[in-house]
Write a protein that binds this ligand. Structure first.
Ligand SMILES: [Zn+2]
Length: 177
């Protein structure tokens, strides 16, 4: 798990990632609040939200709510995998936590925005999913391209087309909840 000091770095990374992503897609602060997602670290994950094979897992919770008159809703939880992110930092001393955190969170937010804008289906077929992954890598490079931050260039270079950024997992909620 991330230490308290690392959590602070990750929170900073989340703030920067949200900022640059909202800017890139020209989403105002007011509208950004309607993007239904949460970002959590290992300490706040359930067993089904943990994976050994990626930096993150996006769990989509969908269901029907009685309050909204049986309207279907989706909510995305970006589950950061502390253990895998830490391992990457420990493996290569040129990979620092802040730039890696910014990179991972921005990549995941690009996915979320595209799901919310219906530019991509969450349950796409494997081939389409692979194409989407390449697109998201490209967009993420553009989003972060102008960000002047030490050591970010190295992360972009090393993880530019990394295939284990995230796992997607659906978790349907019962109609009554
Ligand atoms: Zn991805």
């Amino acid at each position: 798990m991330f230490s308290p000091a690392e959590i602070e770095v990750v929170s900073q990374a989340v703030e920067i990632a949200e900022d640059v992503t909202a800017n890139h897609f020209k989403i105002s602060t007011a509208r950004w609040k309607h993007v239904r997602y949460d970002i959590r670290t290992l300490a706040e994950l359930s067993p089904h939200e943990i994976t050994d094979y990626a930096f993150a897992q996006i769990t989509r919770y969908s269901g029907k709510t009685e309050l909204s008159g049986q309207r279907h809703y989706d909510y995305f939880k970006i589950c950061l995998q502390d253990q895998n992110i830490k391992a990457a930092v420990e493996r290569d001393e040129r990979v620092r936590l802040l730039p890696l955190g910014i990179y991972v969170v921005t990549h995941e937010l690009v996915h979320i925005v595209r799901f919310c804008k219906f530019l991509q289906r969450f349950d796409a077929e494997p081939l389409e999913r692979q194409r989407e992954e390449m697109r998201v890598h490209e967009i993420t490079q553009r989003v972060l391209g102008s960000l002047k931050l030490p050591h970010l260039g190295y992360v972009l270079e090393v993880y530019g087309d990394y295939q284990f950024m995230e796992k997607l997992k659906d978790h349907s909620l019962a109609a009554s909840t």
